[in-house]
Design a protein around this ligand. Sequence first.
Ligand code: PEP
Ligand code: MG
Length: 327
Amino acid sequence: EYIGQELLKEAGLPAVTLDGHLTRLKGNVEIPEEGASVLRHGGEGVGLYRTEMLFMNRKDMPEEEEQYAIYAAMQQAIAPHPLTIRTLDAGGDKLLDGMSLTDEQNPALGVRAIRLALSMPEEFKKQLRAILRVSASGKVRIMFPMISGLDELRTARILLEEAKLELDSAGISYDRSLPVGVMIEVPSAVLVADLLAREADFFSVGTNDLVQYSLAIDRSNEHLSEMFQPLHPAILRSLKRVVDAAHQESIEAGICGEMAGDPLYLPVLLGLGFDELSMSAASIPRVKQVLRRYTKARAYEVAQACFQFGTAAEVDQYLKEVTNNRA
Ligand code: PEP
Ligand code: MG
C-alpha cells in the first residue's frame, strides 16, 4: 500500500485527539524485520508479536536459545518501545508441519493455541523462559491466545511461575513484574471478562477470532465474507463488555485484530474507551490521522449511537455518514 509523504509525516506526531486524549497505536508483527516499519509508520511499540512463524515449516520445535535470539532481535528493533509477545497460537488456521492433528473434525475448535501449549508443558516453558529472558533488557509483555476461561489462565500462569523459578535457579535475570495479558477472542472469555480481569494484567481483543466464533462464520471462508461483520451488534456489545470489565478492575483493554486498523471503526473503538489499538504497520498512519481529527467526547457519542441499530449494515451506514465517507 502506497502511503503519501504528508500522511507519513503526520504519522510521527502523537496519537492524541483534539481534546487531548492519548491512545496508543501499535503494530502487529511476525518477524523482527517488521519492527522498523512499525516505528516508521508512527507506531509506539508492538501490540501483537505473532510467534508462529518461528515454529512453521520445520519438523522440530525451536530450542530456547533460538527463540531467545529472535525475540531479542524483535525487542531491539522497537526499543525503547514496549513489545507484546503472544505465546504460540498454532492449530486452527495456523497449522504446524510437525503437528499430528490433521485428523481433527473441527480444527478451529480443536487442540489449538493455549490448549496445544498446555498439552506440551515442557515445550511451552521453553518459550516462556525465552520471553522472560528478553524482558530483562526492555519493556516486554506476554499474552496468551484463545483463553476461554479462568482454568486456562491459571494453568498458564503456573507454568510461567515455574519458568521463572527455573531461571532463578540458573541465576538468569528477567522482569519480575512482566505483565501477563489475556487475548479475548472466544465468546466465553467475553462473558467471564469480569473474572479474567481480576487475574490478568491487561486484555487484548482478537477480533478476527472473536467475530469468527461469535457469529459462527469461518474467518477464511470466502463464501461467508459478507457475513463476517465486526460491526454486528453482538460484537459491539461484546467489545463494550470487555472494556468495561477491564476498567472495572483498573486494567487496560486493547484490540489487536484487523478491526483496529480500519479508520471507519476508529470513532467506535475510541468511544468505547479502548486504551490501545494494534494493527499492521501500514494501517497506522491513516488511523492516526482520523484519531488526531476527532474528539474523545464526539467518539463517545458516536459509539453510544451505534447501539441503537439492529444490524451491522445500519451501523456501517451510520459510521460512513458521520465520518463523511472518509474511509
Ligand atoms: C485475532 O484473532 O484477532 C488475532 C489478532 O489473532 P490472529 O489473527 O493471529 O488469530
Ligand atoms: Mg486469534
